[in-house]
Design a protein around this ligand. Structure first.
Ligand SMILES: Cc1ncc(COP(=O)(O)O)c(C=O)c1O
Length: 389
């Protein structure tokens, strides 16, 4: 690469506003700290990437990260924190393998076993989770699946099954932009709640004590890919299917303090630095206030556009993290949307293209996306509308 090309990349990487859905933007101070530590971790004289996971330094990093997460989210002692591999998709299998218990019921797919779990499907990610869980037992949909994934059927109307081992939902559907504003309260009795919090993790305070398990891939609000964070109620450990791969067995991971096998040392370090940044920035209440203000700015631009921009998601279920919207009417105009994206890129805003299954635009406003960057986007939305309506 010529010096000229390198200079161009350096310039552009500083001036780009990244609205990626994940992997996503990291806070600038965190990136600078990572750059500094890359060659010499904590004065050891070698890189964090070269650090043994059996060293005292790693044990400290692991414990410090766990403690910071526990404090940030007020995670009670009843819940263990695990650092795992395999991403959210790994958890789609780990959850049924660890939790589905044989309770006796006859079904066409599985004969006389069987193991049952309740699922709430509100978008592509919960749909994929339910699909994967079907390999391991009977899946009961506790409510009708919304045709276009634009809302959540009210939790009070859900119909949990009496023999379910857990009740699964996705707290924020990254693709469809549907978010639960709080941990839901289904009708009683119901099995322990299991939540996919991958894309709203650390974006607001969350009452984890109401959850049997929550999991998140790190690559949105918590750092970079490679690390999966699992928060699990200790009393649910120990019921794992003996055929479960050892790396997905919560009991084993917990017993070995998340170092049964080689952990993603670098990704954990990044997560540690992100947690420090969150604490220094005012913790989850500050993240929530910022995220409320940022998402309001974009929703205001949509709602005040007289239909030029449109969001299909019902107000109550609108996500603060991922905002899919159309340009030029509810079904979008391909010409306008292409022009919108081209203009955005010319102004240094990237990552705004909607998911391939949805089309349109999607603005992901994770913690690291600044209010200035969101202002840039909303100003551009106004400018584009004035020029094209
Ligand atoms: C809400 C949600 N759950 C699960 C996943 C799957 O995560 P992974 O790609 O880490 O397996 C994603 C990925 O973006 C997601 O957004």
């Amino acid at each position: 690469m010529s010096a000229c090309e390198a200079a161009k990349i350096t310039r552009s990487s500083q001036s780009v506003s990244l609205f990626n859905a994940g992997p996503a933007k990291l806070p600038r101070p965190v990136l600078l700290k990572l750059q500094k530590e890359l060659l010499d971790y904590n004065g050891l004289g070698y890189s964090i990437m070269e650090l043994s996971h059996r060293s005292a330094a790693y044990a400290r990093l692991n414990a410090d990260t766990e403690q910071m997460l526990r404090e940030s989210m007020s995670i009670p002692c009843s819940h263990a924190i695990l650092f795992m591999h395999g991403g959210g998709t790994g958890q789609f299998s780990a959850i049924p393998l660890n939790f589905m218990e044989t309770k006796g019921r006859t079904t066409a797919e599985h004969g006389v076993e069987t193991r049952t779990a309740d699922y709430v499907v509100t978008g592509l990610w919960s749909s994929k989770a339910a699909q994967e869980a079907k390999k391991f037992g009977h899946i009961n949909m506790v409510c009708p699946v919304p045709e276009k994934f634009t809302y959540v059927p009210e939790p009070a109307t859900w119909a949990p099954s009496i023999d379910a081992s857990y009740l699964y939902y996705c707290a924020n559907e990254t693709i469809h932009g549907v978010e639960f504003p709080e941990v839901p309260t289904p009708p009683t009795p119901h099995a322990p709640l299991v939540a996919d919090i991958s894309s709203n993790f650390l974006s607001r305070p969350m009452d984890v004590s109401k959850l049997g398990l929550a999991f998140a891939g790190a690559q949105k609000n918590a750092g970079c890919a490679g690390l999966t964070i699992v928060i699990v109620q200790r009393e649910l450990l120990g019921r794992c299917d003996p055929r479960c791969p050892v790396v997905l067995d919560y009991g084993i991971v917990e017993k070995h303090s998340s170092v049964y096998n080689t952990p993603p040392v670098w990704s954990l370090f990044v997560f540690n630095q992100v947690l420090k940044w969150i604490q220094e920035t005012g913790g989850l209440p500050a993240m929530e206030a910022m995220n409320k203000a940022k998402s309001k700015r974009i929703f205001d631009a949509i709602d005040q556009s007289g239909g030029f921009y449109s969001s299909a998601v019902e107000d109550k279920w609108r996500s603060r993290m991922n905002i899919p919207f159309r340009v030029g009417g509810p079904n979008g105009s391909q010409e306008l949307e292409t022009a919108f994206l081209t203009g955005a890129e010319a102004r240094g805003m990237v990552g705004l293209k909607g998911h391939r299954s949805m089309g349109g635009i999607r603005a992901s406003l994770y913690n690291a996306v600044t209010e200035d960057e969101v202002f840039l986007l909303s100003s551009y939305m106004e400018e584009f509308m004035s020029a094209n309506r």
